[in-house]
Design a binder for this molecule. Structure first.
Ligand code: ATP
Length: 326
């Protein structure tokens, strides 16, 4: 038996701009992604005596809404490695993956993508594949657009459909308040489809224009603010195009964003900025200290007074997937 335990952290988007159409039908994006400390825990156990099992990969999860079949992104990550490295993975026998879900699902926090990234990293270790980070990211991109960032973690610029990832130094120590209504999710395909219906007349679609815009994000204002650790500017420059489709049709999410941005004094003095993450509906606020984040959590809870609202205090993290036991 071999065993490996990893953390699979959530991400937030400090910046998400939809800039155009790609020939493959996906949206061309310019994003700045950030790992946070809030994470799922992934345990991978391999057992060589598999006579009684018909399935080579088994998924267990403590969350009833997470699928445990081939549609689980962690399953897809394991299948991909079994397909590409059959000889190396033969020695592992049965692969049992247990997901201890701490992240909300369908939340815009890339929980499933992060689980897939953890399985790639964990199986690479257990099977002794010795894959480099670029090799892991290439495999990750076959599973989903956010998976390469989840493999790298920390802070990164992501372009293309999100899979072309360049690491940048992390803004150290920023605190994050996350908020999400427990029984409400937003489908990522719905958010992008609706944006296309409403705003595609502004898309860049020529190859030269897309390249120029892609290059510009590498020296954009948000990246500059991060490189100077200018926390106030990071907060002011938060941006997400998908708010334009999600907030008007989901008033509770808009109200949550407003409550977070208002801070504890109603003027937002202690909040650097607030924004929806990815396709939502999770909203986050950035703050300087843990005390401020805890105070804002209490204030938002009291203001909105909704038992369905979950709030988490966490921190920007300079790392992504971490092996905690092997
Ligand atoms: P993204 O930010 O990448 O759009 P998300 O946070 O919005 O991701 P996920 O939590 O990854 O969304 O879940 C989206 C859907 O994917 C779920 O409704 C679920 O059916 C499916 N799914 C597949 N694998 C997983 C997984 N390992 N964890 C959670 N959901 C998964």
């Amino acid at each position: 038996m071999k065993r490996c335990v990893l953390t699979a952290p959530a991400k937030i988007n400090l910046y998400l701009e939809i800039i155009g159409d790609r020939p493959d039908g996906f949206h061309e994006l310019a994003m700045v992604m950030q790992s946070v400390a809030l994470a799922d825990r992934i345990e991978i156990v391999s057992r060589t005596s598999m006579a009684q099992f018909t399935q080579r990969i088994q998924i267990r999860c403590n969350h009833p809404d997470v699928p445990t079949d081939e549609s689980n992104l962690a399953h897809q990550a394991a299948s991909l490695l079994l397909d590409r490295f059959p000889d190396h993975l033969a020695q592992l026998g049965l692969i049992e993956i247990t997901i201890d879900k701490q992240l909300p699902i369908a939340a815009g926090l890339a929980g499933g993508s992060s689980n897939a990234a953890a399985v790639l990293v964990g199986l690479d270790l257990l099977a002794g594949l010795g894959l480099t980070q670029p090799e892991l990211c290439d495999l990750a991109a076959e599973i989903g657009s956010d998976v390469p960032f989840c493999v790298m973690g920390g802070t990164a610029i992501a372009t293309g459909r999100g899979e072309q990832v360049t690491s940048i130094p992390s803004p150290l120590g920023l605190w994050v308040l996350l908020g999400k209504y427990r029984h409400f999710g937003i489908s990522t395909p719905w958010a992008y489809k609706t944006f296309r219906q409403q705003f595609s007349d502004r898309y860049i679609s020529d190859t030269v224009g897309l390249k120029q815009r892609r290059d510009r994000v590498h020296s954009g204002s948000m990246v500059e603010a991060i490189s100077h650790s200018d926390r106030a500017a990071i907060g002011q420059l938060l941006y997400n195009d998908l708010e334009r489709v999600a907030l008007p049709v989901h008033p509770p999410v808009a109200a949550l964003r407003q409550a977070m941005a208002a801070g504890t004094d109603g003027q937002g003095a202690d909040v650097l900025g607030a924004m929806m993450s990815g396709s939502g509906p999770t909203v986050f606020a950035l703050l300087e200290t843990e005390d401020q984040a805890v105070n804002l959590r209490d204030r938002v809870q009291a203001t909105l007074d909704d038992p369905d609202l979950d709030l988490w205090v966490t921190q920007c993290s300079p790392t992504g997937i971490t092996v905690i036991d092997a």
